[in-house]
Design a protein around this ligand. Structure first.
Ligand SMILES: O=CC(=O)O
Length: 332
């Protein structure tokens, strides 16, 4: 009997044993293509027929481009599962997949600690204004001339979390250890148990009462530029903005203007609208904390994510279903 095929898009760095063990169930193949045009051609040529599941990484977009409607339409007829190694799956057009009967999974939970850690690092760094003097020190100017303004303590500040999923809830616990009061806004109010005492506010109430606002929501058509000029106007003067979700949930031009006017005191960003490009207004601003998308950049978390994603491929092969199908397809 011919084995099904699994197509690997992107690199597996850690979970080699688990990956290789899949070869008992399927032929593990990689594409010949080195560009999107070549990948589309390879799909259309029929040479990938027999592939039932794709294992893909965030970085594989450099070869295939986005899994948008054009690419999804070209995928082999045999394909039933796309397993994305990441929490955020905005690179994949889930509606186009649903229309073709392709199920999509992501990797929640395994990312929570490491991402919330970076989130906390950015909150502290932006509140304390560490970046200016870290640059000055390396230029031989100690704290800088003049020294930077005094920073602010997290203790007693209100942290507004937009998006109270796994990362948001993990951040809540960490922020509370720093003495912050946590409020949140989410599409749906959480059960008391999940909210853990965090107060649920409307979107506008959260914007107008928080000292620090953290974006922890997925990027989709409803959340693109959810924070723009109007939303900055609703915020307190001196607010700090932190984003470890996806760059495009904030209108970066509007953020730069709000920083330049002083309405936003500082920000801490791990993600950008047009990665790896960073808005020149952010690069030029020595007060802001900028990290190049390293939320999950640890050995432990990368390993756990790979294992989780391989678990989804295995479930697809063995049971014909995914362990962590994306919420949009929960009833598919
Ligand atoms: O950005 C990281 C992820 O989506 O897991």
């Amino acid at each position: 009997m011919t084995k099904p095929k699994v197509l690997q898009l992107g690199v597996i760095d850690h979970a080699h044993e688990s990956w290789n063990a899949l070869s008992e169930l399927a032929d593990l193949i990689v594409p010949a293509a080195r560009s999107r045009a070549e990948f589309l051609e390879e799909c259309r040529s029929g040479s990938l027929e027999g592939v039932v599941a794709v294992y893909r990484t965030f970085g594989s977009v450099d070869i295939t481009g986005l899994f948008d409607a054009e690419l999804v339409a070209a995928l082999p007829n045999s394909l039933k599962f796309i397993c994305h190694n990441g929490a955020g799956y905005d690179q994949v057009d889930v509606s186009a997949c649903t229309e073709r009967g392709i199920k999509v999974s992501n990797v929640p939970t395994a990312v929570d600690d490491a991402t919330a850690d970076v989130n906390m690092f950015l909150i502290i760094g932006a509140l304390r204004g560490f970046n200016t003097s870290m640059i000055a020190l390396r230029e031989g100017k100690w704290r800088g001339h003049p020294p930077p303004p005094l920073g602010h303590d997290p203790e007693g500040k209100t942290l507004g979390i937009l998006g109270m999923g796994g990362i948001g809830r993990n951040l809540k616990k960490k922020a509370e250890a720093f003495g912050m009061k946590v409020v949140y806004y989410n599409r749906n109010k959480l059960s008391d148990e999940l909210a853990g005492g965090a107060q649920y506010l409307s979107f506008e109430e959260l914007l107008s009462t928080s000292d620090v606002i953290s974006l922890n929501l997925p990027l989709n058509k409803n959340t693109r530029h959810i924070i723009s000029t109007h939303e900055f106007e609703l915020m307190k003067k001196g607010v700090v903005i932190v984003n470890t979700a996806r760059g495009a949930v904030i209108d970066e031009d509007a953020l730069v203007k709000a920083l330049d006017s002083g309405h936003v005191w500082s920000c801490g960003l791990d993600v950008y609208e047009d990665e790896p490009k960073v808005h020149p207004g952010l690069v030029a601003n020595p007060h802001v904390m900028l990290v190049p998308h390293m939320g999950t950049w640890t050995v432990e978390t990368q390993t756990a994510m790979e294992e989780w994603n391989i678990g989804n491929v295995r479930a697809a092969l063995e049971k014909g279903k995914l362990n962590t199908v994306v919420p949009e397809q929960a009833n598919m």
